[in-house]
Design a protein around this ligand. Structure first.
Ligand SMILES: O=c1ccn([C@@H]2O[C@H](COP(=O)(O)OP(=O)(O)O[C@H]3O[C@H](CO)[C@@H](O)[C@H](O)[C@H]3O)[C@@H](O)[C@H]2O)c(=O)[nH]1
Length: 471
């Protein structure tokens, strides 16, 4: 991956460093850091250690779209944690924040001692130990401060826009961008559980000893917000890099799922831009009532669809398939069999988005889904559920203007009726031939591809990060 010039320049120095990657134990965070591990390992002679549990390593490896030769060079550590059985996601709960993220925190705390021992062992063998930890794993790596040749960098898995708003909110600053007031921002109410907020605060406290920040975003999508984030840095030694997107941006020809999943074969037979992908990531569980409304709305829209009908992941108990029996309207599957495909297990989301027949994405606006959709030039119908998603939805629909709103955050406790689903699906898919929204999405995807190519801004930032850690 690295330029030859760069490899020669740093060949000697990079022998002397080792990188330890510490992801947060939840699907939305595992693969981004696995992709970053591959990127770093693709630079000559940089050894990368990826620290997790057996279950989460399995989950990450099975679900990653691996387009890197360097994957085999990563050293995986599987540290034991007690099995926390989190309660089943409650699809009827008003607060949609998933309880399993809470148990991910509980599991994570058991990694602190083994991670400490690993850092100490590596510190005696290498001149520098570079730790890259998820922003939710600050407390797990905090003992690095007692190791003189170790330094840590915080990895932020969310958008720069969301992060900036969180920081401003904490500092009680007005939301001013280019002297314009950002209005109608969704409130934080309903985004997190109070326990999770407390845990996040604890983790953010641990960040203050870190040497820099890595953002899972790119200048193509978020340049103004990245510049504003730079201004928030209080510690002058702290450096920042935007190294996203981490998903492959071109169709992964030899990817694990390519052409093997029925929905991809079905997509091959459809018209360009004619299919909408409906998927809500790994943390959403809908009530039966809401699922019925979506089903009726999709059917009445008469649009072609791929609907990933799965429940939220469950804590550190990794199940490939959802065990809940989800009720659909009577006769639905038979009636829509020419129009749509239901996927009840892990869907090849990136391959679906990159397929030319896919023309829209009905999404919860998890940040990975946003980056993947934008990378593939697919406009989004935004239906946020919790966490950073309401703000991502604003970025997508109001700032980047590549999507439409399904349901305003203020109405989050109301059932979204089938007529609303129908209307939104029709509206998103109406622009098959190209309109402003679709053209803008295509434009951004082209720019993102340029940014990851040789000489592009992402490659420049990545080279700069590698130069810094191998200095
Ligand atoms: O059947 C599936 C379901 C998901 N995915 C992939 O799984 C990831 C899902 O990530 P994301 O879209 O971010 O959703 P969540 O799983 O909900 O992610 C959590 O983590 C994100 C990053 O911190 C946050 O932005 C979200 O709010 C939080 O819910 C994406 O890469 C998808 O492509 C599949 O490939 N197939």
């Amino acid at each position: 991956m690295a330029s030859n010039l760069h490899i020669c320049k740093n060949n000697q120095k990079s022998q002397k460093i080792v990188v330890v990657i510490v992801p947060f134990l939840a699907q939305g965070h595992l693969n981004q850091l696995l992709q970053l591990s591959c990127l770093i390992a693709s630079y000559n002679n940089i050894k990368v250690h990826y620290v997790s549990t057996k279950t989460h390593n399995l989950q990450a490896k099975l679900r990653v779209i691996n387009s890197f030769d360097s994957f085999s060079k990563i050293h995986f550590h599987e540290f034991p944690t007690p099995s926390f059985i989190s309660p089943n996601p409650n699809p009827n709960s008003r607060i949609k924040f998933p309880s399993h993220l809470q148990s991910s925190f509980e599991s994570s705390s058991y990694l602190r001692n083994p991670v400490k021992r690993l850092i100490q062992t590596l510190s005696s063998k290498y001149q520098r130990v570079v730790i890259i930890n998820d922003s939710l794993m600050g407390s797990v790596v905090q003992d690095f401060v007692s190791v003189p040749n170790a330094e840590a960098y915080t990895f932020h898995s969310v958008s720069a826009f969301t992060l900036l708003l969180f920081i401003w909110e904490r500092k009680k600053r007005p939301f001013l961008i280019d002297s314009e007031m950002l209005i109608d921002l969704p409130s934080l109410e309903g985004c997190f559980s109070p326990e999770f907020e407390k845990l996040m605060k604890r983790e953010y406290e641990c960040m203050k000893f870190n040497s820099g920040k890595i953002y899972n975003t790119c200048r193509v999508m978020e340049s103004p917000f990245l510049d504003l984030l730079l201004k928030e840095v209080t510690n002058n030694n702290e450096k920042q890099w935007a190294l996203g997107p981490f998903n492959p941006v071109t169709f992964p020809k030899n990817g694990p799922n390519t052409k093997s999943h029925t929905c991809l074969l079905w997509l091959d037979k459809q018209e360009p831009n004619s299919v909408i992908l409906v998927s809500f990531g790994t943390t959403t569980s809908f009530s039966d009532e809401q699922i019925k409304e979506i089903a009726i709305g999709l059917e009445q829209s008469e649009q072609k669809f791929i609907w990933v009908l799965r429940d939220a992941d469950k804590g550190n108990v990794f199940t490939k398939d959802s065990s809940r029996k989800i009720e659909l309207p009577k006769g639905f599957e038979e009636r829509v069999k020419e129009k749509g495909i239901l996927v009840r297990d892990w869907a090849p989301q990136l391959e679906i988005l990159s397929h030319c027949s896919t023309g829209g994405f009905l999404s919860h606006c998890g940040w990975n889904s946003c980056m993947e959709s934008v990378s593939m030039g697919v406009p989004i119908a935004a239906w946020p559920m919790h966490s950073d998603q309401p703000r991502n939805a604003v970025l997508i629909t109001k700032i980047l203007k590549i999507g439409i709103v399904v349901r305003e955050w203020a109405n989050r406790n109301e059932l979204v009726k089938s007529n609303v689903v129908k209307k939104c699906v029709e509206k998103l898919m109406a622009s098959k031939g190209g309109d402003e929204m679709r053209n803008k999405a295509k434009y951004l995807s082209v720019e993102i591809r340029k940014s990851v190519a040789e000489g592009g801004i992402k490659r420049i930032e990545l080279d700069s990060f590698i130069s810094h850690i191998t200095r």
